[in-house]
Design a protein around this ligand. Structure first.
Ligand code: NAG
Ligand code: NAG
Ligand code: NAG
Ligand code: NAG
Ligand code: NAG
Ligand code: NAG
Ligand code: NAG
Length: 304
């Protein structure tokens, strides 16, 4: 019994005279690209059936070749000596193609299998920020990775060297269609110009996607501050001078008005006096005139 078990276990397909020599290998690819799997069988094979998540997607027979029933699944074959290799090609891979890939050659022989993992290369960008910052100012730079599968691994670089994990915080959120978003916030205090790079990595990418910004440190911002200060001081001085001037002006105006009034008053009194004098003069004139009138007829009486 043990002997038979060993025979079946170590020489599968022995009874049929053929077997899978090399089965498919795990693959991780980007959505939209193509995935390839090999299944190498020994001489004597009759049929190879490829299954994706339990569904037959392509069949190849020794006599008839590949039977393509779904456009996205095709085959390339290789013959080398005694072996035959069927290479399954999945075109325009979709996210829901992820799962188990099986190569089946005969009922009763365990299928050879592997896993397909389909990933999505999302977007990556550093959010709006000022490109010039004050020296020794603490700022936060936010990098957003949207629409990825799986959630990407986020890292930061300053001047091309990796930043310690303690200096940034990354938050995950679930997007639509099984996609993931990551928002990473880096806190830093700048003393000199620096080039910041935010990187997002998933296995299917040959190298991480990155977004870069260069921050310019402005020493002159401090000088500008001083300039502002001096301008403000000047403005204050000017304002004070102006208000003092204004006060003086008002005082002078009051003095002038006061003097005028006083003058006017005195003139008024003078006038009054004048008028009264005039009145008396007039009176006297009148009296004189009247007397003159009275005396007019008498003028010839003057003794010659
Ligand atoms: C293939 O992928 C499956 C599922 O992800 C994993 O369990 C297995 O260890 C992988 N095999 C190899 C050879 O990497
Ligand atoms: C499958 O095998 C062929 C021939 O050996 C080789 O050229 C090809 O790269 C292999 N494909 C995969 C996905 O390993
Ligand atoms: C897989 O997703 C595509 C769209 O991305 C859809 O057209 C297709 O019907 C889906 N297949 C399954 C089996 O859900
Ligand atoms: C991933 O997406 C970015 C941004 O759309 C693109 O620049 C890059 O070429 C993509 N990478 C691959 C391997 O398709
Ligand atoms: C930077 O700012 C901190 C306080 O925010 C201060 O203690 C430190 O002295 C400053 N360093 C320089 C070089 O200006
Ligand atoms: C980054 O590079 C700039 C010049 O390119 C340099 O002035 C600055 O000190 C560097 N910063 C760090 C943290 O290495
Ligand atoms: C960022 O991506 C560009 C374009 O893919 C590449 O040339 C550059 O080397 C990358 N930078 C880093 C720091 O990985």
């Amino acid at each position: 019994c043990w002997y038979i078990y060993n025979l079946v276990f170590f020489f599968p397909g022995f009874g049929f005279g053929y077997s899978v020599i090399n089965g498919p290998a795990n693959a991780t690819v980007l959505a939209g690209s193509e995935a390839r799997f090999n299944c190498t069988v020994s001489q004597g094979w009759q049929i190879i059936i490829w299954l994706l998540n339990g569904n037959a997607v392509l069949t190849t027979t020794h006599l008839g070749g590949a039977v393509v029933t779904i456009d996205r699944f095709t085959q390339q074959n290789y013959t080398s000596g005694e072996t035959f290799t069927s290479e399954l090609i999945i075109h325009n891979v979709q996210q829901n193609d992820s799962g188990k890939i099986e190569c089946s050659i005969q009922l009763g022989i365990p299928n050879s299998y592997a896993f397909l993992s389909v990933q999505v290369n999302g977007s990556l960008f550093i959010k709006d920020h000022n490109s010039t910052v004050r020296k020794n100012e603490t700022i936060e730079i936010v990098c957003e990775a949207l629409g990825w599968a799986p959630a990407p691994n986020m890292t930061w670089m300053i001047n091309n060297s990796f930043v310690d994990k303690s200096r940034y915080v990354t938050n995950h959120s679930q997007g639509s269609n099984d996609l993931h978003n990551e928002v990473s916030t880096l806190t830093l205090t700048l003393m000199a110009n620096e080039t910041l790079t935010c990187l997002a990595y998933i296995e299917a990418l040959p190298k991480p996607q990155n977004a870069t910004v260069t921050l310019i440190v402005q020493d002159s911002l401090a000088e500008n501050g001083n300039q502002e200060d001096s301008t403000r001081t000047r403005t204050i001085i000017l304002a004070v001078t102006l208000s003092i001037g204004f006060l003086l002006l008002i005082i002078i105006i009051f003095i002038i008005i006061y003097c005028c009034l006083k003058n006017k008053e005195s003139t008024y009194q003078k006038e009054l006096r004048k008028v009264s004098t005039k009145k008396t003069n007039d009176g006297s004139v009148k009296t004189r005139r009247s007397s003159g009138n009275d005396n007019s007829g008498y003028s010839p009486e003057d003794p010659v």
